[in-house]
Design a protein. Structure first.
Lengths: 346, 346, 346, 346
């Protein structure tokens, strides 16, 4: 039994880590960190844990925390993890950072897109990008994981195989993404009020969303060259779920079977990535509450483009689930331990 | 490892039984019955089970089914279970009926409210009303369970202790209930289309809903006299969840502490019924996806009435979860096996 | 052409007044007051008015405003109107206050329920409670209107006729109310975030909601005695709409036709109150965006109670629409001017 | 005062025509056609019209109808209008067809994409494509209008100016569209049930949706060459609204101001097309219930692409509103008569 601490436990992602770890056989949560709610009972903030969690919220003292736990999850705003981490902490506990602090290898790019100075650039190289299906072996050996962003997870897993196998032209990639509102966090903002989101849809961060360079980096690794894409996220009136619809020009004529074979090559041994049957398109509802990513594609012979689609739960595979999957790899647990939830329908 | 069969596996409740049993250590589903989808792969109807369930849908031959499994769940319209059941079946398999066929002991009352003739009145007496927190010992010995309706489960658990202890006047009980739309089933009806339900609320079955006599029976057992209530259900634009708000006149002056003590007397050893803290009211979101029922109350000294509230997930504790809980009791499993899901938030 | 000023123009109710007045032939809005957005273009705050309103937001100087306009709407938090109003203002402009400041005649009751001191008790007596269908003649002569609360409007109109005609027992009235989230206003609070409201339902203000004494006052006027009720509001995952379900014991045996005749007596000349056909229950969707209130009832002979139901759009008849209706009466416009919107479906 | 008949009056678009015409000073609806509800009161099917419309539903006898009215709206499935129309009808009444029957000039293309034989190809040439902002003069003289599809209206208006002015490369156009569920109609299908749509998003008709050739035709007229695009619609859990996000490569370097000037050139005299301010993106909520289309764009200098966005209410500008706008042009009414609704927020 290992011990885990969550910094940022009262955000939606932090709460989801708590939910998943409660069903995990090898871990117990020893620290619910939440600066805003110090001394308040965690179950008073998240009533779903009433009678299940007795602990009170703690502050975000990562130093103290590292003495008490084996693994620390930081589900906090950009910059916090980078400002707290140090060699002492990493020598005592493994860290899985759900913020963007260690996802982008080029510190200038990070500082440019995020508009803040990076406080611990010395750990960027060591950090492993925790996209389990792609970096599994490195994750197993890591002390510090940069847990991928929600959009990048769904986008990369949907596009990666075709790019890696050279089927699509990297310069033509356009990713049109749609996300449920939990991705916007639990902060009290007018824009996220029920009456502003319900019965509404909008694009946001057009040509400027911070997940763009993260996706570009990952796709760049796949094809071995620098990639620039269009990425447009949209806010959808639902709690959970991300759907991405990606477009790219095919580099040569390919059949359905050939493309399917490529996806299968990468994913047929992967538990959490499901390549759907022909002409069955991903829907967020079919993965809600689970760690699955459903992907599929459609070739359009008229335009010589391929449409790639992926759906997942932004709080599970897009955040907490993937963080737990990373933890499982790092500590030698079964990779799916605590993550075998069946999607809930309806 | 016992085997289970589900008749009506492609309804929302049937699908939820499948979801819960997949996480149960002692049961495997051997028969996905669905007359409408015979020969179709179950995972093609419920894509959440893609790559998880390989079986095809079967018909509803209960006779044949009873040879193959240890327990049969009938998640079917009223009348079907009563028309199929017989001594032969019951001698081979235990039956948990999610329809109303065996819930009401007075066959005339059943036929009046449901408008159909009861095909097996001879089994009504044997059937045990599967409200686990109240009839636990009888359930353990039963061959045939009448799994309670969704509204009756939430209503009874919220009101029962005060009635049993004589605190409230049975002739003054009014239950105003609100349910998510999954309670209406998966049938293709204009009334249940997204555009008809979304941004809308309405009462239905006013003074005539079929769950009325079922609730009245259970409340009658509690206080030892015949009870007649007002019960008004409302359709809410959400998928899951039932909230009941019940009103009754207090028979004597009582303090918060006295009432709380009564609820605690009945529920403080119950895992699935959570009596909330003072002035914290039940919300369906805090129990979604789980088998919990959250209850609480408020005394109004101005009117000498008490307001009792209960919230649960209509597909879990209100249907599939309670069915699995009954199965656990009948087969000697841990009562919470397969039912330890943490409510999902958001 | 008269001129109107709106104080609190950037709240949901204020915005709705602006929407309705834009379609009104006899009024032009000359002042969009909003302390939080001073100097910002109104159409930048409410983009629905892009290219339709060019004005900038002004402060809430009621004194200055009264020199420029004929009528002032105060769609502001409790206490503001009472703190600003004076004889000078009222001598120059008519005031329609959408807050609760002048709704309750007993200043002590107001101060008790609202927890604030009343700053202008001297105007309470003069103020007319602007429930047009009941106080029409007084409204025509008024300088100061207390525009009714949303719940009280729907509750009173649904229950009033039966109480006035002595059909129901005032001591047995229970009102279970359900409201869309726009009733909670546009303030940035965690409780009103999309992810907290969506897929959720809860009761709030149980036995303590501030609209209780307002409803009790109005019902008391109807039956000529003091009335105490139970009133329980619930938050529904929809933008607009209030549904109330009211219960009371009948004082004598009555037929459907007799009760229908009573409702018709009060409402068959009322444009905005529609008594539905037998067994057709009010739904908020059927009145959305309009000034209609749909009411109906069901007699339950089993319990000798009657269930009264009413549905309306909380922002129209429950706030802005009724305010405009009051203005029409005060200024001699056709009562339905600017209010002939057909409900939008879906 | 002219008279109008609606065939298909009980669909969502038909109901919306009825709503809009009720506020129109120059038209009265004389025929509510609905084969499925013959002899039923229209207000019993659409309760929003209770006490407002007394008429009963009639059949779809277009011949008889043309003797009684001046204009016929056919809000019916594909093929019906083409199967009923003839010279006799057109000599007596003008026809505005909301189906796709006369939108596509190439009858083979129509038959291929719609999978049905065209019953009156002889009228295809005469029919005018009723996109008012583009074909205004032709519409004024027309007897038969092909009212544009919802997606094509929003897509064409968003992309047209840039294509017409040669700023974007036609071969690179990708349109990712999102629609509320009312676009799917009022038919009772499992896929459109509340529980299937709510908390879900999916793409459908990928690379095969029937609106593709219609959009391609219109864009082809704009640039004077054949255009082939990718068009991917998505189903959004909301009642109303369409948002399109379109991508294209710029043919040359352009500034924000240059592109803005192009949009303004086409739309600054158009009442119903609003080009938003810089960096303000269209949201469906801000146009709900109105005939407005909000458009805007963002240049991405990194990829040399431009992102064009448009939002509208699919039932108004995307169907009924545009039909009324066409009628206004054909009969010499003010173009905005009956269409001055302010968008409803929230």
């Amino acid at each position: 039994m290992i011990k885990a601490g969550i910094i940022g436990a009262t955000g939606y992602a932090g709460n989801e880590i708590a939910r998943l770890l409660m069903g995990h056989k090898g871990v117990e949560v020893a620290w619910y960190g939440s600066r805003s709610y110090i001394e308040k009972k965690y179950a008073d903030v998240y009533q779903n844990f009433f009678q299940l969690v007795d602990a009170k919220c703690m502050d975000d003292n990562m130093e103290a925390l590292s003495d008490e736990v084996d693994v620390i999850f930081t589900a906090t705003p950009q910059g916090l993890c980078a400002s707290l981490i140090n060699e002492g902490i990493l020598s005592k506990a493994k860290v899985i950072d759900l913020s963007a602090d260690f996802r982008i290898k080029d510190v200038k790019k990070y500082e440019e897109w995020y508009g803040i100075a990076h406080k611990s650039p010395e750990f960027i190289n060591e950090a492993v990008y925790g996209l389990c299906e792609i970096n599994r072996e490195d994750i197993k050996k890591a002390r510090l994981i940069a847990n991928p962003g929600c959009y990048p997870t769904c986008s990369t897993l949907s596009v990666y195989p075709l790019l890696k196998e050279g089927l699509i032209d990297p310069s033509t990639i356009i990713i049109d993404a749609k996300s449920g509102t939990s991705g916007a966090g639990r902060g009290a903002k007018v824009d996220n009020l029920f009456c502003e989101v319900n019965e509404n849809i909008k694009a946001y961060g057009v040509a400027s969303h911070r997940h763009t360079p993260e996706i570009e980096d990952q796709l760049g690794y796949a094809c071995g060259e620098e990639v620039m894409i269009n990425f447009t996220p949209h806010l959808i009136p639902m709690n959970r779920g991300i759907l991405i619809t990606a477009y790219a020009s095919l580099k040569k004529e390919v059949s359905y079977e050939e493309v399917k074979a490529v996806y299968d090559k990468y994913y047929n041994k992967e538990l959490f990535v499901r390549v759907l049957d022909k002409d069955v398109y991903p829907q967020t509802k079919w993965v809600e509450g689970s760690n699955f990513v459903d992907v599929n594609f459609k070739i359009d012979t008229r335009t010589n483009r391929i449409i790639m689609m992926g759906a997942m739960d932004n709080l599970v595979k897009g955040a907490a689930g993937q963080a737990v999957q990373n933890m499982n790899l790092m500590f030698g647990f079964d990779e799916s331990e605590g993550l075998r939830q069946i999607p809930m329908m309806p």
